[in-house]
Design a protein around this ligand. Structure first.
Ligand code: HDE
Length: 746
């Protein structure tokens, strides 16, 4: 009898459980932030969101609408589609009992979760991707038959940007090379242009790749430092393998800390061979030229950003696309005659540690890339995208660059582990948009249901299909380059031994400000090394590049500057390598506008915002509190704003310190408190130090005075917001107020 009460209770529970908790069909009530008690329409996908064409490997549509995704149905189901009543309580022997083995929903949920992670990329683990479209100009038609470069031809693309050394969760703004990998889904098969934001590489032969990466990655004992080259093993390698000096100098330059992915150049690095309709060939190097120009962070900004907003580049890319400021690049090629020597102006085109200065071989624009859609699902798209240098369309072929040759093996090989088997090209983001008709079968994660019985050829059972194609059907051609008769040998060509002349060329091409930044970068990085011998060895390399560079870094390290061990060449500088001196369009640049609390009069604020927007830039109102000021939305508060985010600052008010404000420097010293909120002072102080344009009007002029920022280059005041903005816009065209940086070297 004693048991009847609990049994009754259980019966009640069963009855309760059997009552549907979500009666009726999904309602069409508008989305609400409160927890819905009945199904409502899911929030609509963000505008322009859609996965790439979902096709089977044979090119036929799967029939699944592009919008299909897990969360869109009203009812939760198992992976097999059975609707579930409860996903918050495991099935137990009584409320206090152990979990039952039979709880298949629990097991499915936990098991799947346990296996959610895949290995991160062994290099380039941290990245961000975007969809876009590429339009050919037709200007390359004389040198390549590649269809996607024909005039007006539009091709879907997916681009993944990355850092090299850091783990998947590392900060975006570390000093490192950036990956710039583009997948062109061309009608003639996918073309992957897997490049970097620097045109040279650390090593000349792919067999050393594991070695340079082992040296650059964190030390194997303590696994530090994360995403940094400022440590002993990196500089040990670079100073011992002096072919790495050229790439190392690019990393120490401002190119190692881009302002945004949108302001990076891209380079295919290797020399490729292009083939035209007549079967003629040229050698070529690929370049991406950003519409917004090349623009970098300062080292201090990069360091602050790593803490304040480690996702800075990722956020910037997505924000720009979603605000309609679509990032754009032009694809360019440098073209060289395909001679048996494979050199141009004495430069070995097979040596990936060398560039061909643009002044010697101009970059000819052949098409335009626009990124216009952010991924819907990071894992499905950005994490699973798999690039491969062997993905080439007809009209583009490889050369014998030993780095390129090795990469042709590595990229497919690495996906076997990373993506769990040989069928990774069937993952939606990797599916070609050209019809696929291969004879590859079975294997882990096979998604295709292949028809036919004869995946071999010739055959007489599947009607002889598939047939091979010829020139007329635009078949890919491995160009029959003559291979020199030569002994089998582990050796480089003699021209690969020149490790310094182009590093010097780069150094001599920099403006004084850029040289100063390079000196500081070497001094920082080598200053983080513990081993004296490594610092001394690297100083020897710097001596072989330039005596001033070497002396300045040696002074910073407190070491003597060695003499060069080689005769220094004096190559003509390449102005195209410098980031300073040109002017760029304002698209997507961010202007912060400092205002006071709601109720403070900021004359012309609305007009200033509208003008910024009309110029294609992004205005962000920065106020002491969230919500609205003068009826306009506040995007950043004094607590969330840091100058790193803004390309320029406008100040329209002099907000007084909040009662709980952190004291400004002056207060700490016991001097009179600043009359302006110390967070605004910090914002202006940093914006000034980082050479950004600053403008003020009205009460804002007082704020500048309070921060001690007056009448220096790039600081403007005006009677109205509109007038201050006009001047600031002019200053922004040069990216920074370069005169504000101290430059002690010529
Ligand atoms: Fe890569 N590289 N790499 N690399 N690389 C990879 O492939 C490799 C090199 C580059 O966003 C890996 O899928 C070797 C040069 C980018 O998914 C791996 C060598 C350049 C990306 C690999 C090089 C690059 C990778 C790791 C020496 C610029 C990211 C994960 C011969 C031209 C692609 C993967 C993405 C990724 C191997 C040198 C660019 C291991 C062996 C030179 C942008 O296969």
């Amino acid at each position: 009898m004693a048991a009847s009460k609990p049994i009754k209770k259980i019966k009640e529970k069963v009855a309760e459980a059997l009552t549907p908790s979500v009666p009726g069909a999904p309602s069409s009530a508008p989305p609400t932030v409160a927890e819905p008690t009945t199904p409502v329409e899911p929030l609509p996908p963000k505008k322009e969101h859609g996965a790439p064409d979902t096709r089977t490997p044979t090119g036929a549509e799967t029939g699944a609408p592009a919008e299909t995704k897990g969360q869109q149905g009203a009812y939760l189901t198992t992976s097999q589609g059975a609707r579930l009543r409860d996903t918050d309580h495991s099935l137990k022997a009584g409320p206090r009992g152990p979990i039952l083995m039979q709880d298949h929903h629990f097991r499915e949920k936990i098991t799947h979760f346990d296996h959610e992670r895949i290995p991160e990329r062994v290099v380039h683990a941290r990245g961000a991707g975007a969809h876009g479209v590429f339009v050919g100009y037709g200007t390359a038609e004389g040198v390549t038959r590649a269809g996607f470069l024909k005039k007006g031809k539009e091709t879907d693309v997916f681009v993944r940007f990355s850092t090299v050394l850091g783990s998947r969760g590392s900060a975006d703004t570390v000093r490192d090379t950036r990956g710039f990998a583009t997948k062109f889904y061309t009608d003639e098969g996918t073309f992957d242009l897997v490049g970097n934001n620097m045109p040279v590489f650390f090593i000349q032969d792919a067999i050393k790749f594991p070695d340079i990466i082992h040296a650059g990655k964190p030390h194997p004992d303590r696994e530090i430092p994360q995403a940094q080259s400022a440590h002993d093993t990196f500089w040990d390698f670079v100073s011992l393998h002096t072919e790495a000096q050229h790439h190392a100098m690019w990393n120490m330059s401002d190119r190692g800390i881009p302002r945004s992915y949108r302001t990076m150049e891209g380079f295919g690095v290797h020399t490729f061979r292009l083939i035209n309709d007549a079967g003629e060939t040229v050698l070529a190097k690929f370049h991406w030229k950003p519409k917004l120009g090349v623009h970098s962070l300062t080292w201090e900004e990069a360091q602050i950003t790593s803490g304040v907003d480690p996702d800075f580049h990722r956020r910037d890319l997505y924000d720009a696309i979603e605000s309609g400021a679509f990032p754009e690049w032009e694809l360019g090629i440098q073209v060289f005659p395909d001679t048996p020597e494979e050199t141009f102006a004495g430069i070995d085109l097979l040596d990936p540690t060398k560039i061909v200065p643009e002044e010697l071989a101009p970059v000819q624009r052949v098409g335009k890339l626009v990124l216009n859609r952010t991924p819907r699902n990071f894992f499905a798209e950005t994490e699973q995208v798999a690039f491969h240098l062997g993905n080439l369309p007809p009209g583009i072929d490889v050369t014998n660059d030993p780095l390129l040759q090795g990469r042709l093996f590595s990229y497919v090989d690495t996906q076997l582990t990373r993506l769990g088997g040989p069928n990774f090209s069937q993952i939606p983001i990797n599916r070609p948009h050209a019809p696929v008709n291969d004879m590859l079968r079975d294997g882990f994660h096979q998604h295709a249901v292949h028809a036919g019985v004869a995946p071999y050829r010739p055959n007489s059972l599947d009607g002889g299909n598939p047939f091979t194609a010829g020139d007329k059907e635009q078949a890919f051609l491995d160009f029959p380059v003559r291979v020199a008769e030569a002994p089998k040998i582990r050796e480089n060509p003699a021209s690969f031994d020149d490790h310094y002349s182009q590093v010097r060329l780069f150094w001599l091409s920099m403006s004084p400000v850029e040289k100063e930044h390079i000196i500081r970068a070497y001094t920082f990085e080598l200053g983080k090394c513990y081993e004296q011998a490594i610092k001394e060895r690297q100083l020897q390399s710097l001596a072989n590049i330039d005596p001033v560079l070497c002396a300045e870094v040696a002074t910073g390290l407190g070491l003597p500057a060695p003499k060069p061990t080689i005769e220094l060449a004096d190559p003509a500088p390449s102005p195209a390598l410098s980031q300073v001196g040109a002017e760029w369009p304002p698209d997507g640049r961010i202007v912060g506008i400092v205002v006071g609390p709601d109720g403070t009069e900021v004359p012309g604020l609305a007009e200033v915002r509208e003008t910024i927007q009309a110029a294609g830039m992004v205005p962000l109102v920065i106020a002491p509190h969230g919500g609205k000021v003068g009826g306009l939305p506040v995007q950043r508060t004094f607590a969330t704003a840091r100058s790193i985010e803004f390309d320029a600052i406008l100040v329209g008010a002099a907000p007084v310190p909040a009662p709980d404000a952190i004291p400004a420097r002056d207060d700490k010293a016991g001097a009179a408190a600043t009359s302006v909120d110390p967070r605004v002072v910090l914002l202006l102080d940093e914006a000034w130090r980082h050479a950004k344009a600053i403008g003020a009007w009205g009460e804002g002029v007082e704020a500048l005075a309070s921060a001690g920022i007056t009448s220096t280059p790039g600081v403007v005041t005006a009677d109205s917001g509109a007038a201050a903005l006009t001047q600031v816009q002019q200053l922004m065209a040069a990216h920074r107020v370069w005169e504000r940086f101290p430059a002690t070297v010529a």
